[in-house]
Ligand binder design. Structure first.
Ligand SMILES: C[S@@+](CC[C@H](N)C(=O)[O-])C[C@H]1O[C@@H](n2cnc3c(N)ncnc32)[C@H](O)[C@@H]1O
Length: 204
């Protein structure tokens, strides 16, 4: 089991968080690779196992219960894979595209996808602005744009009937003409007891 900067992602802690052995195995492979790669490449700011599990898994588990079956989902600014890759692992029915401009991060994501045998997860090496004309059922993004900016960008990425999810800590839910709030729920990052909120928007 990989162990760097004091982290050891043990089966016990991962299993407690992950509900089910096949999901658990994929998530542990990803997190082990993340801990290993993080020793050389700056992939996560997490400094403890609890923080790592919160940062990588908690938003995805919360969202996983609110996404339609077999939805086509895009995660903009995937970084080390949260929340898009985590969602692909937790909800294998989803058709997930991860968008990330940094070559090292794409290289990490490609390595994980190969290691877990999930070649259906698509990678786009580039920025959100290069995706013109392509649309998804669900667009989400975390810690890449300020919430109002993300809502405006996300809107251009969904097809009619699609949703943009905005993930919030303490910020206000943004407002944008032509977009209507359709769902709004609160949850917590369990290890750090940090309040979180997820808000879904649809075209008005
Ligand atoms: C702070 S990281 C967040 C990573 C991950 N979503 C998370 O929450 O852990 C922001 C990521 O967005 C990427 N990024 C920045 N601008 C972007 C853009 N215009 N389109 C897509 N990705 C972008 C960066 O390379 C970086 O990996």
């Amino acid at each position: 089991m990989a162990s760097h900067f004091g982290l050891s992602v043990t089966s016990a802690t991962a299993a407690d968080t992950t509900k089910g052995s096949s999901v658990d195995k994929g998530l542990r492979t990803w997190l082990d690779l993340l801990v290993t790669w993080n020793a050389k490449h700056d992939l996560t700011a997490a400094r403890s196992e609890g923080e790592l599990l919160d940062l990588m898994l908690a938003d995805a588990f919360a969202l996983s219960e609110h996404l339609p079956q077999r939805a086509r989902l895009v995660d903009i600014g995937s970084g080390a894979g949260a929340p898009g890759l985590a969602l692909a692992l937790i909800r294998p029915d989803l058709a997930v595209t991860l968008v990330e401009p940094l070559a090292k991060r794409i290289s990490f994501l490609r390595t994980v996808i190969g290691a877990i045998g999930r070649l259906d997860v698509k990678l786009h090496h580039g920025k959100a602005g290069e995706l013109a004309g392509t649309t998804w059922d669900v667009a989400l993004s975390r810690a890449t744009f300020a919430p109002p900016e993300w809502l405006a960008v996300g809107r251009t990425l969904i097809e009619p009937g699609g949703s943009v999810w905005v993930l919030l800590a303490r910020e206000e839910a943004p407002a944008l003409e032509g977009m209507t709030l359709a769902e709004d729920f609160a949850y917590e990052w369990p290890n750090q007891q940090r309040a979180r909120r997820a808000v879904r928007y649809v075209a008005a």
